[in-house]
Design a protein around this ligand. Structure first.
Ligand SMILES: NC(=O)c1ccc[n+]([C@@H]2O[C@H](COP(=O)([O-])OP(=O)(O)OC[C@H]3O[C@@H](n4cnc5c(N)ncnc54)[C@H](O)[C@@H]3O)[C@@H](O)[C@H]2O)c1
Length: 255
């Protein structure tokens, strides 16, 4: 197979969660540019509709579904709606995620639970509901957006709930990859370092000076830099790769 063909996603149908902005939006556009039709799934309707319009301009089909990934019923309805519209689901990118910062000794249980619900349980719920369809199809690709925070402890901001959830995403990725390989479903993860989205821009004024010297490449990532890894993992270019984690962190985790 020629390289151009390996990366071609024409005819593929994809769900990207948390795709109204940030990394999710970049990945939705990347998959559309590679040829896929995209369901934009998020809690932010206004921004999500803008992404739908951008994808239509690329010449691909797209629609928005409002869904909180941590609510099982909402996910069930979302997956049904996508299946009805697209007739199949080839690609799921579990990207929706949130973060905040509390020292462990002061963290209220509800803060721990909120991060776990969205960042870890949400990935499980979406994977399970879409996974059932992929099992029937005997075909599918899942990409989970973990974080370097699932591998190292960020310095200096305290966020034990987020780091633990992201470590969980990495192990969930490996577990699902092992269970579902027999159904021709590949499950991989991307572990980004600091990327210039709203999530990081909010914290940068407080922590940025400390972060930059810890990154061998000396800069935070641009959101578009996730486009290559996600197209690679969703396409035939990575057909023998499952249970893997692509770390894209400007080298943060090597020091
Ligand atoms: N930006 C970074 O530096 C960075 C680094 C590592 C990992 N990540 C991960 O990448 C993912 C995307 O982060 P981002 O930086 O683009 O953040 P962001 O805050 O810019 O975007 C997150 C998107 O997810 C949506 N969302 C939040 N909760 C949701 C829910 N319950 N259900 C559905 N959608 C929901 C938001 O509305 C938003 O559109 C997250 O999982 C984050 O943990 C980000």
């Amino acid at each position: 197979m020629k390289v151009k063909e390996l990366f071609n996603l024409e005819g593929e149908k994809a769900i990207v969660t948390g795709s109204s902005q940030g990394l999710g939006k970049e990945m939705a556009i990347a998959l559309a540019e590679a040829g896929a039709d995209i369901a934009i799934v998020d809690i932010n309707l206004e921004k999500g509709k803008e992404v739908v319009e951008e994808i239509k301009k690329i010449g691909r089909e797209s629609f928005f579904i409002k869904c909180d990934v941590s609510k099982e019923k909402e996910v069930e309805n979302m997956v049904k709606a996508v299946k009805n519209k697209f007739k199949k689901i080839d690609i799921l990118v579990n990207n929706a995620g949130i973060v905040n910062n509390f020292p462990a000794e002061e963290m209220e249980l509800k803060e721990w639970e909120k991060i776990m619900d969205v960042d870890l349980t949400g990935v499980f719920i979406c994977s399970q509901k879409v996974g059932k369809i992929m099992i029937e199809q005997k075909k599918g690709v899942i990409v989970n957006i973990a974080s370097m925070s699932g591998i190292i402890v960020n310095n200096p901001q305290p966020q034990c709930h987020y780091n633990t959830a992201k470590a969980g995403v990495i192990m969930l990725t490996k577990s699902l990859a092992a269970e579902w390989a027999k159904y021709n479903i590949r499950v991989n993860a991307i572990a980004p370092g600091y990327m210039a989205t709203d999530m990081v821009k909010r914290a940068f004024p407080k922590y940025g000076k400390k972060w930059i010297p810890l990154i061998p490449m000396g800069r935070i990532g641009n959101p578009y830099e996730i486009k290559g890894p996600v197209v690679f993992l969703c396409s035939k270019a990575s057909s023998y790769i499952t249970g893997s984690v692509i770390v894209m962190d400007g080298g943060y985790t090597i020091w």
